[in-house]
Structures are given as structure tokens and as C-alpha cells.
Design a binder for this molecule. Structure first.
Ligand SMILES: Nc1nc2c(ncn2[C@@H]2O[C@H](COP(=O)(O)OP(=O)(O)O)[C@@H](O)[C@H]2O)c(=O)[nH]1
Ligand SMILES: [Mg+2]
Length: 567
């Protein structure tokens, strides 16, 4: 059972109807029972922001009512746990429907991609740290919750019998130290120093388009406030909620337990960067319009004493590209070192499957005039907090010409889910993403909870919801490319889901997941006439995803047309 929750303030008109209702979705969206006053304050602020935003949209819609009666609008909500692929799906919608705007924004992702790369290097260094160095290094280089998400099982330190094959950790650490400094500087550039307290959101202040502007802030100590990392034991087995017994919940109690993961409140005077870098993933906040700050025109290089404006960022000596470029040979050496790979394998760490992985393309990414490609942007990982909205109008498709689409991308982490509620009201369709490759991983926000188990629980609460009973649902069983690789590398589903007793090949496993998610819908939905559309997806694959999106778009439009003609 989910924990009891504190009542929410009475002035918020959206929630009471949901919270008073014993709807299973309401329970799934409850805040953690043991939240601190600071977390509560933050949450209430986020909810207030979401409410205002929703009210603004309503106001705008009322204003545009006349026009909208003629020009139909379709609202689609992207739902799913953190790192399920929601923002990537939104990027694919943008790339398909507003490619010029997408291309214009590509350069804004450069620093995010750099940060993703540097964090991968940090993870490798953490993984190869010798046993006796382990604790200090974890404190210095961050917590282990992120690496926990890519540990297959076990997670024990390698035994001392491996001593002869140790990579030269100290030498790598010394030679790559400039990158660890750079990580702090990138976080400063991408963060908002105005915001205080524990927060994952970052919104970019004016004037932060220039890397030089942040250089002055970077003499801060690297860390010191990192909480103790969590070394997970063998992950708990996954139990699928029984589809034949509506209301039955998983036998695992972990998923309903409150989050007690690392928290490290930041004092206003303490360096913002150390907390962000060691305990949190960098996130982007709704409405921050952060991409504008990094648009080409805003990236100013300092003026040369002699010749005025410089040509590009690569001529700015303070630009991060120079540190990256200088460290590229060592990064390559580290990533190609067989001893490093042996160590990673012994620790069951597969960085190739983690978010924002660019280690196979170090030379290209660190080139002085590097400009992100479409694929780079699709692979970039930046956590979403709040709700991001994207609008576009179908111009070419004759049948549905002029229909406006509004797609909402939400934060998927557990402490973000209550911000979803205001968007349920008049949504036409939900695209729910479940990353089925994650059967051997844990949530970053709670390493005790298996990611697939969390997806099943979330899926169950969405399909059972009476509030959403008449909303079209499309299910993306995502990260199929990673699932295939994982199974081919020998990871066994049955090891993590003891009830699974079929062959371990991709076809059988993906079909099994399709059947299970489908059967849950069939038995739990309050609307038996609702059709469920299931797609096996890898949303980083542009060609296939665009075909699926076009198909989904037409299905949603047809269903929408049908229901509006019935009204
Ligand atoms: N290989 C692979 N990576 C994916 C896929 N979907 C998403 N990703 C990556 O997973 C990370 C998290 O995705 P994101 O869209 O930010 O997840 P969100 O938290 O649900 O918005 C990003 O680095 C994506 O590029 C997929 O199907 N295959
Ligand atoms: Mg996101």
C-alpha cells in the first residue's frame, strides 16, 4: 500500500477532486511520506508553478476559443518514469514537424553533451578506483547511485586476486583532473546560482551564454558534501501485478516506500556545484528557456585586443572545448585500456547502455569546431523537471490540416509525478513509455526499486484510472535496441524476474513484455472499449521513430475526430 500522505493546501483547485478520489493514479502521484520541510516547500512551489501554468493555458484557450472551435487542438501527454525516453520522443516530434527550429537549437546542446561525456569519464574513474581508495574517491567523485543504475547484479567490489590487472588509476586520475574541474565549471554555466536549497532544476540566468562569465565562479572546492553512496546488493526480483486480479499489487514492498535516497541541502553560501555534481543529475526547469541562452548569437567570444570580435567559440581560450581537446588523448587511452574494460566487466558495469554515452566518439565530440548532430542531440541527457510544452500545427497532411498539437513532456522522477495531475483534465492521448531494457536496473531516485517494477506499477495506475478512462493510450515499450544488446551479451531476464521461464532471445522477451503490458490493460482498464496501441520502440532511432510517430499521430487524430463527432 502506498504510504499515507499529508493533505495538500486547500487553495489549489485542481487536486482535491483527484486526491479525494480513491483513484489508483492519485495514490501513485502522492509525495513521499518522509519528505523534509525543504522538499515539501520545493514541491509545493513546483505544484504552484504547474497550476499557474495550467491556468494560463486555460485562459489562453478560453481566449482562443472561437478560433479553436474551427481549428481543432489535440493535447498529448508523455508519461513514464525518469529516463524512459519522454524528452527524446518530444525531440523526435520536433525534428519531424519543426525541423528548422530543431536544427537551430542544436548548438545549445553542446555544453550538455560535454557534461555527459565528462560524467562518463568520472564514472569510469570511479569504477577503476582501487578498493582501499574507494571511500575517499566516492566522496570526491560523487555518489554511486548513478553507477548503481547500470550495475547488472551483485555490485561487489572485485576480489584482491585481480590485483595484477589493476589499471593505473592514480595516473589516469592525475592526468584527467582538468576534466573534473571542467565538470564543475560546466555545471555552474548550466545552473542558476539564484536558486537555493536542494534542487535538481537548473534554469539559466541572463548573461550565462558565455563560458568566460562563469570562469570566475570555478575556484570553488570540488566537493565535500557528498552523502554516502549506496552500494546495492543483488536487486530484488520483479513481480508483475497480477492482471487477472484487478487491484492486486506487487509483492515487493519496495516500490511504495518513500524515497530516502541521498539528500544534501545546500546552504545559500555553499558552492552550488558540489551538491549538483556529486548527488544529482543536472536538470532543466520548465520555462527556463535555457536553449535560447546558448543559441549561436548569444555565444559571445571575448574581444581580441587587436581585431575585435573573434570568429567562434573555439577562439575563446576559456571555452571548455580546449580542456576537452587537450584531454582527448588520455580519455581515449582510458576508454581503450583493456584493463579498464576488464575492471568494468568485473563490476558488471556497462556504460555503453547509460544515458548520454559518447565515449566511443571522443575525437569527434572534443574537436575544436564540434557542432552537435541530430543524433548527438537525441542522445544527450538532461533531466526534465516541471512540464515542458511543445506546439506544432499539421500543415501538409491534407486530411488533418490545421490541427494544432500540444505535447507535454513531464519530469518522470518520483518527486515530480504530482505535477502531472493538472494535465489530466482535457488531455486527448497519452503516450506512455516503459523502458523494457531496464529490467536489471534500479531507479536513480531510489536504488531499492527496480525500474521495470516501477514501470509496471505506474502503468497499472494509469490504465486503472477512471480520470483517464476515455483518454487514448499509446504504449511505447522503449529502449528495444538496448534490450537486444543486453540479452545478446548474456544477461538473463529470468535472473531478475524468476517467473519468466521462456527463451532469453529478443523476439521472445519483447513479445512477452508486449503481452504482459497488453494483458494488464485488458483486465484493469475501466473502459473495456478502449483500444491500446503498443509499439516496440528505440526512440533514438530517427527513421523508425518518425514512422511510428506518423502512425500514432493519425490514430490519435482519427480517434479524436470520432469522439468529437459523437459529442
Ligand atoms: N539507446 C537508447 N537510448 C535511449 C532510448 N530512449 C532514450 N534514450 C536515451 O536515454 C536517456 C534518457 O532519455 P530521456 O528522453 O531524457 O528520458 P526522460 O527522462 O523520460 O525524458 C537519453 O540519453 C536518451 O538519449 C532508446 O530507445 N535507446
Ligand atoms: Mg525528460
Amino acid at each position: 500500500m502506498p504510504p499515507a500522505h499529508k493533505p495538500l493546501p486547500a487553495h489549489r483547485p485542481y487536486y482535491p477532486s483527484i486526491l479525494a478520489d480513491p483513484d489508483p493514479l492519485a495514490a501513485a502521484l502522492q509525495p513521499p511520506a518522509n519528505e523534509t520541510p525543504q522538499q515539501r516547500e520545493q514541491r509545493l512551489k513546483a505544484e504552484e508553478d504547474a497550476r499557474k501554468r495550467s491556468e494560463n493555458i486555460d485562459r489562453m484557450l478560453r481566449h482562443d476559443d472561437k478560433r479553436n472551435r474551427r481549428r481543432k487542438q489535440v493535447k498529448v501527454l508523455l508519461l513514464g518514469q525518469s529516463e524512459s525516453g519522454k524528452s527524446t520522443t518530444l525531440k523526435q516530434f520536433q525534428l519531424l514537424h519543426t525541423p528548422a527550429a530543431f536544427h537551430k537549437e542544436r548548438i545549445a546542446w553542446r555544453f550538455v553533451i560535454y557534461l555527459n561525456l565528462v560524467r562518463s569519464i568520472r564514472r569510469v574513474l570511479e569504477a577503476i578506483a582501487p578498493e582501499d581508495n574507494a571511500l575517499p574517491e566516492e566522496e570526491e567523485f560523487g555518489d554511486s547511485t548513478e553507477t548503481a543504475s547500470i550495475i547488472i547484479s551483485g555490485g561487489d567490489r572485485p576480489s584482491s586476486s585481480l590485483a595484477g590487472s589493476q589499471p593505473n588509476y592514480e595516473a589516469y586520475r592525475r592526468r584527467l583532473a582538468p576534466l573534473m574541474d571542467l565538470e564543475q565549471r560546466l555545471i555552474v554555466v548550466l545552473s542558476d546560482p539564484e536558486e537555493e536549497g536542494e534542487r535538481e532544476a537548473t534554469h539559466l540566468p541572463d548573461g550565462y551564454g558565455s563560458f568566460a562569465a562563469a570562469a570566475a565562479l570555478t575556484s570553488l572546492p570540488a566537493s565535500g558534501s557528498a552523502p554516502h553512496g549506496h552500494t546495492p546488493g543483488r536487486p530484488p526480483p520483479i513481480t508483475i501485478p497480477s492482471s487477472s486480479a484487478p487491484g492486486a499489487s506487487s509483492s515487493s514492498s519496495t516500490s511504495s516506500q518513500p524515497w530516502t535516497g541521498p539528500t544534501s541541502p545546500r546552504s545559500p553560501t555553499s558552492p552550488a556545484v558540489s551538491v549538483v555534481s556529486s548527488t544529482h543529475e543536472l536538470a532543466v526547469r520548465t520555462g527556463s528557456n535555457w536553449k535560447k541562452h546558448f543559441a549561436l548569437g548569444k555565444i559571445q567570444s571575448p574581444k581580441s585586443a587587436h581585431s575585435g570580435e573573434l570568429e567562434g567559440w573555439w577562439e575563446d581560450p576559456t571555452d571548455p572545448v580546449h580542456v576537452l581537446n587537450r584531454c582527448a588523448p588520455v580519455m581515449n587511452e582510458l576508454w581503450r585500456d583493456p584493463k579498464v574494460h576488464q575492471r568494468l566487466a568485473e563490476r558488471h558495469i556497462r556504460l555503453e547502455e547509460s544515458s548520454g554515452f559518447y565515449l566511443d566518439e571522443i575525437d569527434r565530440i572534443t574537436a575544436k569546431m564540434y557542432f552537435p548532430t541530430d543524433d548527438d542531440v537525441l542522445k544527450a541527457r538532461l533531466k526534465t523537471t516541471g512540464v515542458v510544452e511543445h506546439r506544432f500545427t499539421l500543415a501538409k497532411n491534407s486530411e488533418f490540416r490545421g490541427v494544432e498539437w500540444v505535447i507535454f513532456d513531464v519530469g518522470g522522477a518520483r518527486n515530480q509525478r504530482q505535477a502531472w495531475a493538472p494535465y489530466f483534465d482535457d488531455v486527448n492521448a497519452i503516450i506512455f513509455l516503459a523502458p523494457i531494457s531496464a529490467f536489471d536496473q534500479q531507479l536513480a531516485e531510489d536504488p531499492r526499486v527496480n525500474r521495470l517494477e516501477d514501470s509496471f506499477q505506474l502503468w497499472k495506475s494509469v490504465i486503472e484510472s477512471r480520470l483517464l478512462a476515455h483518454v487514448n493510450i499509446v504504449l511505447f515499450l522503449n529502449k528495444c535496441d538496448l534490450l537486444k544488446k543486453k540479452l545478446e551479451s548474456g544477461v538473463r531476464l529470468a535472473h531478475h524476474m524468476p517467473s519468466y521461464n521462456r527463451p532469453n532471445d529478443y523476439e521472445t522477451v519483447s513479445q512477452y513484455f508486449r503481452n504482459r503490458f497488453g494483458a494488464m490493460h485488458q483486465s484493469l482498464t475501466p473502459n473495456k472499449s478502449r483500444d491500446l496501441f503498443i509499439h516496440l520502440t528505440s526512440v533514438t532511432d530517427t527513421r523508425k521513430t518518425h514512422m511510428i510517430i506518423s502512425n500514432v499521430r493519425d490514430i490519435i487524430l482519427t480517434a479524436n475526430l470520432k469522439s468529437s463527432s459523437l459529442m
